[in-house]
Design a binder for this molecule. Structure first.
Ligand SMILES: [Fe+2]
Ligand SMILES: [Fe+2]
Length: 179
């Protein structure tokens, strides 16, 4: 087995795999955003300042991801099955990657999660419904933020993360249908 090095153009994280994966294992970006480690370049470095609109959207997006990361982690700890605990934990990690992706573009630290948005219910179904509503909000908001962005890099990142949140809507819909 020969491992190759890859690197995600959205979250910027490198990883090893035998073959090009369908999604980034960290942020969930689709394959079109994965480069070999040799061809990867730091697209954030070329970003020279942000428009007011992009900055505002990125700050809101960062807070949203920080809150959703905390929510999913709490939902994981309260999950009624091992499978769902694992799924919520994975989603928490992915939201954490999205937060750090936005944070790197803003060149800022992560804010604290909003305590009111960080607590999950003691009910898996309700948590899946809350999660899906949050993903729907995020996906639509990021699609709009991508349209509004004048910077190519910001447009690309919002577009990619909007698509990832759409994958989560699909996943959560499937999980809700199974219940
Ligand atoms: Fe990634
Ligand atoms: Fe996210």
């Amino acid at each position: 087995m020969k491992m190759k090095f890859f690197r995600c153009r959205i979250c910027g994280d490198p990883f090893m795999a035998e073959e090009m994966p369908s999604h980034c294992p960290f942020c969930g970006a689709h394959q079109e955003h994965i480069a070999t480690a040799a061809e990867w370049v730091d697209e954030n470095a070329a970003l020279d300042g942000l428009s007011e609109t992009s900055r505002r959207n990125l700050v809101e997006a960062l807070q949203l991801e920080v809150d959703n990361k905390a929510f999913y982690l709490d939902a994981s700890s309260k999950a009624g099955t091992i499978e769902l605990a694992g799924i919520f934990k994975n989603l928490s990690k992915i939201e954490g990657e999205h937060a750090s992706t936005f944070r790197k573009i803003l060149r800022t630290d992560a804010p604290d999660p909003d305590p009111e948005k960080s607590v999950a219910a003691d009910d898996d179904r309700r948590n899946l419904e809350t999660a899906r509503a949050r993903e729907e909000y995020a996906s639509a908001f990021y699609a709009r933020a991508a349209d509004e962005a004048g910077e190519e890099r910001v447009k690309k990142v919002f577009g990619a993360i909007s698509a990832i949140e759409s994958d989560h809507i699909e996943l959560e819909t499937e999980l809700l249908d199974r219940r």
